[in-house]
Design a protein around this ligand. Structure first.
Ligand code: G1P
Ligand code: ZN
Length: 539
């Protein structure tokens, strides 16, 4: 066991989901080690504790796991449970943390960001409930990292992570477990596998694009091996350190191969894609794309069709920028709907307190109280369970849903790698203008309210401020702007657009939203500040 003197890095501030940096930043001497020591400091030390460790298998995952094991041992941890090969999807890690009654876990991932030596890497800590560390803990991490002078590490050879079983580093047990088995078992408790299997046997076809990322083995085991989907249903199913050059972000832009197939002549009945670490999902029907906000609403309205939710759901939660579609379902069902800041960590308290069962974000994240992370395959399986019970096409289910609840036309426009000072100036000017906006008319719509979203947690009363600018219109339309907290280069402006309609339910969202888009550009002066006229990614 050795104590290494180090110099603090001043930029180790966790964002929306842990610390994300370029891989090469993490690879420089002491960088990863410092932050791991700061994690242990922020949770009152590692002594006698049990942790789960795993990541999405991207470049540097294997090296980082070895470092974390040696540091956990030197900091006195009792046991670390590691996914085979150092690999665990984020929801599988959340499940193991909970199922094994551990003190938390360290997850290595930069989620949907590309992987590789010149791409992105990330690390975050999840608490004993299986959910991302709350802001109080991530702030303590930043504080500890900023003042760090030394860290503890064991000098030892690499641990064999490929063989399931137990070994030891200086008295700390290292337990290597099957990455998929416990997660697949959990899914079997929630969904009617027999009904889904019967649907596949009856000729139902599906394509699942794992995008060369972590869900490949999970999807192959569950969909093909256990549910009987045709071999080859899962494509890009072998995880690769650089995701085969793919950008594992399951949206129409990056999952374009899947989109092309689903919109083509011989499209399967159902399509889905997942992200780098397996917590996101995109679902697509034959010839029809489902926006994540609408998917959340449909899942809330139909969850009772799956055995795990047959008793009904307690309530729902969505992040503020997510459309209000799920609120309409909740209102009709007499359920409470909570509006939280962006980031899964804000759902944790609501889930733990039993206030909500389902939650979701517009950024292709949906989940429930079965774990404390969003869960891509879970959402896909819930859709499959609903399809198996309703025996309708995805398009028919969506048409019925919109006819009943109306449609929240929705889109997100991302403007990427803007120079940070330009993006900051734009947001500052917009924030300064908020008080003067109510009553103004733009594009024929009257502004009814404008604010910077602040959230008081209904469980622990903690307050989170400056969570995004909201501009609300009298006709129910809405514009939200915020800067991404997960990027690693410059600033990414996210512009969220929404318009509610009770008639004209078949329009193209970009057309339905055209006046809202124009209003957003005028009010935020996006081109004036950033030079950008068109978004880089539209979802
Ligand atoms: C993005 C998404 C957000 C999600 C987060 C982590 O954060 O917008 O909904 O929780 O990734 O997956 P952002 O880059 O917007 O801060
Ligand atoms: Zn992710």
């Amino acid at each position: 066991m050795t104590t290494i003197q180090t110099v603090a890095f001043k930029d180790q501030k966790p964002g929306t989901s842990g610390l994300r940096k370029k891989t090469r930043v993490f690879m420089q001497p002491h960088y990863l080690e410092n932050f791991v020591q700061a994690i242990f400091a922020s949770i009152g030390g590692a002594k006698g504790k049990t942790f789960v460790v795993g990541g999405d298998g991207r470049f540097f995952n294997d090296r980082a796991v070895q470092v974390i094991l040696r540091m956990a041992a030197a900091n006195g941890a009792a046991r670390v449970i590691v996914g085979q090969g150092g690999v665990l999807s984020t929801p599988a890690a959340s499940n193991l943390i909970r199922q094994r009654g551990t003190d938390g876990g360290i997850i290595l991932s930069a989620s949907h960001n590309p992987g590789g030596e010149d791409e992105d890497f990330g690390i975050k800590f999840n608490m004993a409930n299986g959910g991302p560390a709350p802001e109080s803990v991530t702030e303590a991490m930043y504080e500890a990292a900023s003042n760090l002078t030394h860290y503890e590490i064991a000098e030892t050879q690499d641990i064999d992570l490929n063989t399931i079983g137990q070994s030891d580093i200086g008295g700390m047990a290292v337990e290597v477990v099957d990455s998929v088995a416990d997660y697949a078992a959990l899914m079997e408790t929630l969904f009617d596998f027999d009904a889904i299997r019967a649907m596949f046997t009856g000729g139902f076809t599906m394509r699942f694009d794992a995008m060369c990322a972590v869900t490949g083995p999970y999807a192959t085991e569950i969909l093909e091996n256990r549910l009987g989907a045709a071999p080859g249903t899962v494509t890009h199913g072998t995880p690769l350190p650089d995701f085969g050059g793919m950008h594992p972000d399951p949206n129409p832009t990056w999952a374009h191969e899947l989109m092309a197939e689903m919109m083509g002549d011989d499209a399967p009945d159902f399509g889905a894609a997942s992200d780098g670490d397996g917590d996101r999902n995109m679902v697509v029907g034959r010839g029809i794309y489902i926006s994540p906000s609408d998917s959340l609403a449909v899942l809330a309205a139909n969850a009772h069709l799956a055995p795990g939710y047959a008793k009904g759901i307690a309530g729902v939660a969505r992040s503020m920028p997510t459309s209000a579609a799920v609120d309409r379902v909740a209102a009709a069902m007499g359920l409470q709907s909570y509006e939280t800041p962006t980031g899964w960590k804000f759902f944790g308290n609501l889930l733990d307190a039993g206030k909500v069962t389902l939650c979701g974000e517009e950024s292709f994240g949906t989940g429930s109280d079965h774990v404390r992370e969003k869960d891509g395959l879970w959402a896909v399986l819930l859709w499959l369970n609903i399809l198996a019970v309703r025996r309708q096409s995805v398009a028919a289910i969506m048409a019925e849903h919109f006819a009943k609840y109306g449609r929240n036309y929705y889109s997100r426009h991302d403007f990427e790698t803007i120079e940070s000072d330009k993006a900051d100036s734009m947001m500052t000017a917009l924030r300064d203008s908020l008080a003067s906006l109510p009553g103004q008319e733009v594009e024929g719509m009257t502004i009814s309210a404008a604010d910077d979203f602040a959230y008081t947690d209904p469980v622990d009363a903690s307050v989170s401020k400056k969570q995004g600018v909201r501009i609300l219109f009298a006709d129910g339309s809405r514009i939200v702007l915020r800067l991404s907290g997960t990027g690693t280069q410059g600033a990414t402006l996210r512009l969220y657009l929404e318009r509610y309609a009770e008639t004209g339910l078949d329009s193209d969202p970009q057309e339905a939203l055209a006046p809202v888009i124009r209003a957003a550009h005028k009010l935020a002066r996006i081109t004036e500040f950033t030079g950008r006229t068109e978004p880089d990614v539209v979802t």
